[in-house]
Design a protein around this ligand. Structure first.
Ligand code: HXC
Length: 260
């Protein structure tokens, strides 16, 4: 993970928890191709790094990310967008198998909001503002906004935000279940890292299975989702960590998971 990135800072402030900070302050972390390529690269390396069990993704105090880069997008033609399958690489975030905690302060707009919604657990500071302002640019959300926002806040609110471009503040996002916690600005990273550290103390195998099972609820009808969950549940009895976790409980000691 020694690669130098121009638009990201990558650090491991807590054992087993990687912190990725979007770092393109001149454009409020607008997500240009280079930045997204770097994010793709670091997620791929992190996926294969057994030392890392959980990732926190954050931005700056002023902006998590103000959207896809408008200056870069402006002159794209339909044919370019179609041939390159513009934005298809954004699926990489969804394919990441370790828990991804989003920590948002300031603006999370357009593609920035969509990246935030693609994380598994979203924490926000009280200054966070979420929005899908694409309608003001003559486009619509293209990174999952029309699909994920409705699942998070319901149709009426999602339509209102997507059709008007209005922003939603942190407290409302919390009340609607879009974010799991709202904390003071200075508490945002410490709290996100604390959640990450707690997750990282579990077995990597059951963490991965839990994420996979919860995400299946987005895709499957209930009967299939329940079947999928049960299959994963059964499979965990083939792991050393299941034996360790249950033995530790019975022996009244702390489990020492080997991620095996
Ligand atoms: C490119 C951007 C940008 C963006 C901000 N900047 N957002 N550049 N793309 N999305 C740049 C500005 O041009 C400016 O550069 C610098 O960052 C600071 O921004 P200001 O506008 O001066 O800051 P402020 O007045 O504080 O306003 C903050 C803001 C505003 C409300 C967040 O920047 C804004 O409305 N940004 C655009 C938000 C947006 O429409 N997002 C959706 C993008 S479309 P200079 O060089 O002038 O100093 C999208 C499509 C997603 O995301 C498709 C799927 C991925």
């Amino acid at each position: 993970l020694l690669t130098a990135y121009r638009n990201l800072k990558v650090d491991t402030p807590v054992k087993s928890v990687q912190l990725i900070s979007l770092d393109r302050p001149s454009a409020l972390n607008a997500l240009n191709r280079e930045l997204m390529g770097e994010l793709d690269d670091v997620l791929q390396k992190t996926q294969n790094d057994n030392q890392i069990k959980c990732v926190v993704l954050t931005g700056s105090e002023k902006a998590f990310a103000a959207g896809a880069d408008i200056k870069e997008m402006k002159d794209i033609s339909f044919v370019d967008a179609y041939k390159q399958d513009f934005l298809s690489s954004w699926n990489r975030i969804r394919e990441f198998r370790k828990p991804l905690i989003g920590a948002v302060s300031g603006y999370a707009l357009g593609g920035g909001f969509e990246v935030a919604m693609a994380t598994d657990i979203l924490l926000s500071s009280s200054s966070a503002k979420f929005g899908q302002p694409e309608i003001n640019l003559g486009i619509i959300p293209g990174g999952g906004g029309t699909q994920r926002l409705i699942r998070a806040v319901g149709k009426a609110k999602a339509m209102e935000m997507i059709l008007t471009g209005r922003m939603m503040k942190a407290q409302e996002a919390y009340e609607r279940g879009l974010v799991s916690q709202v904390v003071d600005n200075e508490q945002l990273l410490p709290e996100a890292l604390k959640v990450g550290e707690e997750i990282a103390s579990k077995s990597a195998v059951s963490i991965q299975a839990a994420k996979e099972a919860v995400n299946a609820a987005y895709e499957l009808p209930l009967s299939e989702g329940l079947r999928f969950e049960r299959r994963l549940f059964h499979q965990l009895f083939a792991t050393k960590d299941q034996k360790e976790g249950m033995s530790a409980f019975i022996e009244k000691r702390k489990a020492n998971f080997s991620d095996d």
